[in-house]
Design a protein around this ligand. Structure first.
Ligand SMILES: NC(=O)c1ccc[n+]([C@@H]2O[C@H](COP(=O)([O-])OP(=O)(O)OC[C@H]3O[C@@H](n4cnc5c(N)ncnc54)[C@H](O)[C@@H]3O)[C@@H](O)[C@H]2O)c1
Length: 383
């Protein structure tokens, strides 16, 4: 028996997706404009955009049913998936012609994607990511999932949406901390494949953070657009040849070796991108200690993290956590570490031999470097 499953989905950059004159959302994922839409969103997005969402579908003559989930990583669990599935049952959705619409951040689109992948073994859906992390990462790939028993994304699937609509206008209402959170994933991509993107973040990072990618400053117009374009294009280029992750050495796993355990161990204190930032700082120092990255480049990376208001260390980064995180990553990557380490800025190589001592030394270096939100003079490892 041999079968193939071709995958094709549209990633569309659009403007003012909730303007009734914009066709993208009404037509997304369907051959002809469906008469009904099940729209899943979260409480915060509903508060900010619920009225415009309803008005959009009403103006288009589409009967829209809104399902609203609790916001936040703490609510990214199988219970949320069951809630969505129950709504599908209650609405009696048609199996192919009425693609579900998920409007929200990475948590929301991961939950909706998982619910759609399992409902009748696959219900088409459309993603409208409303956070920066959603627009450059969570929203444009094929992975869905929820956390389970303290483990990040332990239950999930590969189930791409039919279409993804990216509208930067949503970022205008995003709190600054969540912009920084998305910038962490953009920095990840810059570090593993795009030196120019790194330089853009180095030069314009604080302004992007302040202006929320709305390009308010005419002197540097176009920077926000170029950063988004490079981040999205780079991410898709990394995903396309390896969508099902047959190859477990993935450059885009950079920053995701220690961070899953860290993020879950302090939930909800660190956002996803913040945990990724701490992981990137750790592996940057390991690369430098191995002679793969110069001290000057290491310091540039650490400076960009701090300019983007991202952490480079956290009190939970203690030896036991680093050991447990490494062990779980080895299981996740099928028995080998396959840890991406940067070689300078913009290139990467994989290592299977990162030792506990190297990670501990890196954590200690970052903790003692100062400038982080902890008591002056407290030594690593702390209690
Ligand atoms: N599937 C993937 O490939 C993939 C990749 C990267 C990250 N992720 C997942 O994404 C999640 C993180 O994503 P996130 O940071 O978007 O989280 P999130 O969905 O929790 O959104 C962050 C917060 O912003 C609010 N929000 C959303 N849009 C808003 C807007 N336009 N204005 C104001 N507030 C808004 C949300 O309600 C939430 O409170 C993690 O669970 C991570 O595992 C998945």
């Amino acid at each position: 028996m041999r079968a193939q499953h071709a995958v094709e989905y549209a990633v569309v950059r659009t403007r003012d997706v909730l303007d009734p004159a914009n066709d993208d959302l009404a037509k997304a994922g369907a051959e002809s404009e469906p008469a009904r839409r099940c729209v899943v969103t979260d409480r915060t997005v509903e508060r900010l955009y619920g009225d415009r969402l309803r008005a959009y579908f009403q103006a288009r003559g589409i009967e829209a049913r809104l399902v609203v989930l609790d916001s936040g990583e703490e609510n990214k669990n199988i219970g949320a998936v069951m809630h969505v599935v129950e709504a599908f049952d209650a609405l009696g959705l048609l199996r192919r012609q009425e693609p579900v619409v998920g409007v929200g951040g990475g948590v929301l689109t991961d939950i909706v994607g998982f619910a759609c992948s399992t409902y009748r073994r696959g219900l088409p859906y459309v993603k409208v990511p409303t956070t920066l992390i959603g627009q450059v990462d969570a929203g444009i790939g094929a992975k869905t999932g929820v956390d389970h028993r303290g483990h990040k994304n332990r239950l999930g699937s590969y189930f791409p949406a039919r279409a993804v609509l990216l509208d930067p206008a949503f970022l205008a209402t995003l709190p600054e901390r969540h912009i920084a959170n998305g910038l962490a994933e953009i920095l990840k991509l810059a570090l593993v494949r795009d030196r120019r993107l790194f330089e853009l973040l180095e030069q314009h990072g604080p302004r992007l953070l302040r202006e929320r990618f709305q390009d308010l400053n005419p002197a540097a117009a176009g920077v926000a657009d170029e950063v988004l374009q490079r981040a999205i294009g780079g991410m898709l280029a990394e995903l396309e040849p390896n969508l099902w992750e047959d190859e477990l050495e993935r450059a885009v796993d950079y920053g995701h070796s220690i961070s899953p355990a860290l993020e879950m161990s302090v939930l909800p204190e660190l956002l996803h991108g913040e945990a990724v930032a701490v992981d990137m700082a750790l592996t940057t120092v390991v690369s430098c200690d191995r002679g793969l990255t110069s001290a000057a480049d290491r310091d540039r990376v650490l400076e960009v993290l701090s300019a983007l208001k991202l952490p480079a260390t956290h009190p939970a980064c203690r030896p036991e956590l680093l050991d447990a995180a490494l062990a779980d990553t080895v299981r996740h990557r099928d028995g080998r570490q396959r840890i991406p380490l940067t070689t300078g800025v913009g290139t990467v190589r994989f290592a299977d031999d990162v030792t506990r001592d190297e990670l501990r030394a890196a954590a200690e270096f970052l903790w003692n470097r100062g400038g982080e939100p902890h008591e002056e003079g407290s030594r690593w490892p702390m209690n």
